[in-house]
Design a protein around this ligand. Structure first.
Ligand code: SF4
Ligand code: SF4
Ligand code: FES
Length: 224
């Protein structure tokens, strides 16, 4: 059956699309793929972030163009992709260190827009408050599923950049753990190529619950 046609607009340009297809596919079909950045085309990388509005007055918002299906009257506006370098992570992160790396941390006005915009349901605003109080283990947990779409930064009028801070915390904790392990005398080359192959095979075939259990244990102990 031929799909129904709907009218959408991208940056003010009207395009006819097939009902049910994603925004990205509609733009490709119309020869306008260059208007929205695309990386993974599967909801993982966050390159395709857009803001949406609807002509019938429904509330719009932010979304991923590779995941969101087109609808009649949808107005699409690409979000600029963040290109600024992110401050380097630091071992033994503290509230003082994160404030030095991200002077915008205390600008948060608790508006909640970042939490509302997040397509991964991360409690972004709460996590910013946890960063301020140095509750970094919880922050690392919060940002586990962050796809770096940048929507939380895009909607933040105070330019707080929660996703960059979340990644800084995760990397800083990871670096601290690595240096603890090396300091404890763990040989850095103890993981042979054969072990790595075995690990990959296991990752590709193991039960998802078991993988999660093992990842959690690794985060807590720093050992496989
Ligand atoms: S959008 Fe910005 S100001 Fe609003 S809660 Fe999130 S980080 Fe704070
Ligand atoms: S925390 Fe921000 S960058 Fe990460 S998935 Fe949510 S909106 Fe995107
Ligand atoms: S292209 Fe990667 S999330 Fe859409």
């Amino acid at each position: 059956m031929t799909p129904n046609k709907v009218n959408i607009s991208i940056s003010g340009k009207t395009v006819q699309a097939s009902e049910g297809e994603t925004i990205v596919r509609a733009l490709w079909a119309a020869g306008l793929g260059g208007l929205v950045e695309v990386g993974c085309a599967g909801g993982v990388c966050g390159a395709c972030t857009v803001t949406l509005r609807f002509s019938d007055g429904r509330p719009g918002g932010t979304d991923l163009a590779c995941m969101r299906a087109v609808e009649e009257g949808m107005q699409i506006f690409p979000c600029p992709v963040e290109t600024q370098p992110v401050p380097a992570p630091q071992t033994d992160p503290t509230a003082e260190k994160i404030r030095a790396a991200f002077p915008t941390l205390d600008r948060c006005t608790k508006c909640g827009s970042c939490t509302t915009a997040c397509p991964m349901s991360i409690p972004v605003m709460d996590s910013v408050l946890r960063m301020q109080s140095e509750n970094f283990e919880a922050v690392a947990e919060d940002f586990t599923t962050c796809i770096h779409c940048g929507l939380c930064r895009f909607v933040c009028e105070d330019k707080v950049k929660p996703h960059h801070m979340g990644m800084w915390v995760r990397r800083s904790l990871g670096m601290s753990r690595d240096s603890d392990l090396l300091g404890a005398g763990a040989p850095p080359d103890s993981f042979s190529e054969k072990d790595a192959e075995k690990e990959w095979d296991w990752l590709l075939t193991a039960d998802p619950d078991e993988r999660l259990r093992r990842a959690t244990s690794f985060r807590e102990t720093g050992r496989l």
